[in-house]
Design a protein around this ligand. Structure first.
Ligand SMILES: NC(=O)c1ccc[n+]([C@@H]2O[C@H](COP(=O)([O-])OP(=O)(O)OC[C@H]3O[C@@H](n4cnc5c(N)ncnc54)[C@H](OP(=O)(O)O)[C@@H]3O)[C@@H](O)[C@H]2O)c1
Length: 321
């Protein structure tokens, strides 16, 4: 088996196609033959060595869809030949070992390519909106970087809950695609005064749930866009981590929350079961559809990282085996 191994942090050249394994599934582990894997912003940070807790060496990739090859002891819910998908470190490879608790059956109607676009983005967006923010029907939601994997998933989840949804992006074509996917409003945060437009579009009520992922660059405008009793869920910091804000946010009773699906105890006990129960049937009947951006062969992982830096795509970049 081969995969993209990183033995030292650095630029694109540190991702090396190497022999990996052998893989022997231990208790509650499942060996999956990878058919397609998703590319995430966080991977560019893992490769560079600026992602918290990342150790060397490691195989690139965080999620995939594929076929079960072999099950370890105690795995009763999957069998060799099953179509599956989920989050697993080391997914930019021909095969990867899964923790069975993170593996899900891939609905028949969902392709391997679409399946690879779902796990990280949709579980993060679902956890943020459902478990952390307790999203309610009819709320006003502002999604930063709405063209991102997580942002484009959050858009569909919030629309499904009957919310009014606005999003931001750095480039106009991404705003247009967001509107096509159902956004009620879309703002170019590099050019527009987002707070002024939010006030205009919400009849001066402001935002109930704000998804913060850019951080430093846009924190002030997100805070200013929030309405009474609003909740901000911080899950990313693509635009810098040092945020300074005025404590007068207390006048509006704002709540600032943060999250990581990798470390949250509620992720496995609450979010995963609800996602299996509520979201999987919606993918199966076509109500949810993960936006897929560029699709490249796995051998083009370097190009995929360049595309992340170029920031022109909407949804998830996919690599196929
Ligand atoms: N907390 C968690 O559990 C969790 C889980 C998964 C992901 N995340 C985080 O969520 C964020 C989004 O992840 P993703 O995989 O959905 O991202 P993605 O699809 O690669 O998109 C990243 C977005 O960030 C914006 N951006 C701002 N500054 C950027 C920069 N310097 N380089 C590249 N993009 C930049 C871009 O939108 P514009 O060009 O429109 O600004 C881009 O669409 C990341 O910070 C990731 O680490 C957190």
């Amino acid at each position: 088996m081969h995969g993209f191994l990183v033995e030292q942090f650095g630029g694109l050249e540190v991702m090396q196609w190497r022999e990996i394994g052998p893989f022997v599934p231990g208790p509650r582990q499942v060996l999956v033959e990878v058919r397609a894997s998703g590319v995430n912003f966080a991977e560019t940070r893992m490769r560079a060595g600026t992602y918290s807790g990342q150790e060397l060496p490691f195989v690139m990739g965080m999620e995939c869809a594929g076929m079960v090859a072999e099950c370890g002891e105690g795995v009763t819910e999957f069998r060799p030949g099953d179509r599956v998908f989920g989050r697993a470190r080391g997914s930019h490879a021909e095969a990867v070992l899964f923790d069975a608790d993170h593996l899900m059956p891939l609905p028949e109607a969902v392709s391997f390519i679409e399946g690879a676009a779902i796990p990280v983005s949709w579980l993060t967006a679902w956890h943020a909106l459902d478990a952390v923010a307790d999203l309610q029907e009819g709320q006003r939601v502002l999604i930063e970087a709405i063209a991102s994997g997580v942002g484009s998933a959050a858009l569909q989840i919030a629309k499904w809950r009957g919310c009014w949804v606005a999003g931001t992006a750095s480039r106009d074509p991404k705003l247009e695609i967001a509107r096509q996917w159902g956004a009620d409003a879309a703002y170019n945060y590099k050019r527009d005064d987002v707070t002024v437009l939010v006030r205009r579009d919400t009849d001066h009520q402001g935002i109930d749930i704000g998804l913060m992922t850019i951080g430093e660059e846009t924190a002030e405008s997100l805070l200013d866009s929030m309405g009474m009793d609003g909740k901000i869920v911080m899950y990313g910091s693509t635009g810098g981590r040092q945020v300074c804000f005025n404590l007068n946010i207390g006048v509006r009773n704002l709540a600032l929350m943060s999250m990581s699906i990798s470390t949250s105890e509620r992720f496995l006990t609450y979010t995963m079961p609800r996602f299996r129960e509520l979201a999987l049937p919606l993918f199966a009947d076509g109500s949810f559809k993960a936006p897929v951006g560029p699709v490249l062969p796995l051998s083009d992982l370097v190009r995929a990282h360049q595309l992340v830096d170029e920031r022109n795509h909407f949804g998830k970049i996919i690599l196929t085996v």
